[in-house]
Design a protein around this ligand. Sequence first.
Ligand code: NAD
Length: 346
Amino acid sequence: MLCLPQQTTHPQHIMGKDPLRVCVTGAAGQIGYSLLFQLAEGNVFGADQPLILQLLDITPCLPALNGVVMELQDCALPLIHDVVGTADPLVAFKDIDAAFLVGAMPRREGMERKDLLAANVKIFKEQGNALDQVAKKSVKVLVVGNPANTNALICSKYAPSIPRENFSAMTRLDQNRSQAQIAAKLGVPNSAVRGCIIWGNHSSTQYPDVAHAEAEVGGRWVKVPEAVGDEQYLRGEFITTVQKRGAAIIAARKLSSAMSAAKAACDHMHDWFAGTPADRFVSMAVFSDGSYKTPEGVMYSFPVTIAAGQWKIVQGLSIDDFAREKMDATGKELVEEREEAVAACA
Ligand code: NAD
């Protein structure tokens, strides 16, 4: 185990509140590198919330993780009470309040999607077991590592003592991408677009939906379809741009999205703890209760509102035939993934 000694700098900043214990897995990876600084700065849990960071990676990556621990130390940040780096999930998950499960096996050349899913869900089975044993029962678990929705489902299945509602998977990056595309199309700031929804799986079958989104144009909020005035774009190029954005980043950077993924993970966890403003909803993959005729018991991305740490699926949005078809297709994929995952874990 790699440890950073307890910080004694700026003790006045850390006296008011008990530290939160936050775990990041895959902490030696590229998303981890961006995520940890945002966390340590106070962007997620608040500028006055001390933190104990419990970082997990696999044994071969412990030297790199040690470098990350040293860099965190060198930032001399007032909120960081302690940093632990380890390859043991039972150490990393001990008494944690929040977990960012980022670590996953990357796709190797010649690997089928099915093989990747099987390898990854086994990691999340093991991590679910470990969470069950040592994490706080109130822990909030965000799964980022792909296939995120199904990994979250398996993780929860193997952590039966932790409520199902405490597990979610990330589609916030897709939501942020949608928002940014619409803002760019309209020539308005990102803050002038709200209510973009991601339905279903964090995969190419996801359905980015702006039928209920609004944009502030000329001083008033109007529905995005009205503001954009181009149905062909919204039902074609817009959707494929968001769905294929991850691949476009890889083609350009030769590496997958990391800064934007880390920012989205921070947004997701921030809103889960702090709640959503009265006029906003956000997208999170959570256990489907069959809302909007989606398959029950898969981790389906819905628009949710959050209060007191509890998410609630937004109800009553109208779904037209175009949306229905797309929502069914992504739901079908999640059911297939669940079957493959359960078989791989058996
Ligand atoms: P990366 O390869 O740079 O880092 C992954 C890290 O995870 C590595 O350090 C690796 O050693 C570690 N790891 C592997 N198995 C582990 C295990 N069993 N326990 C702990 N750590 C383990 O990858 P990255 O770019 O940081 O991406 C991480 C994951 O996030 C990938 O699965 C990627 O596909 C996914 N991702 C998801 C989204 C989303 O929107 N949901 C967006 C971007 C990336």
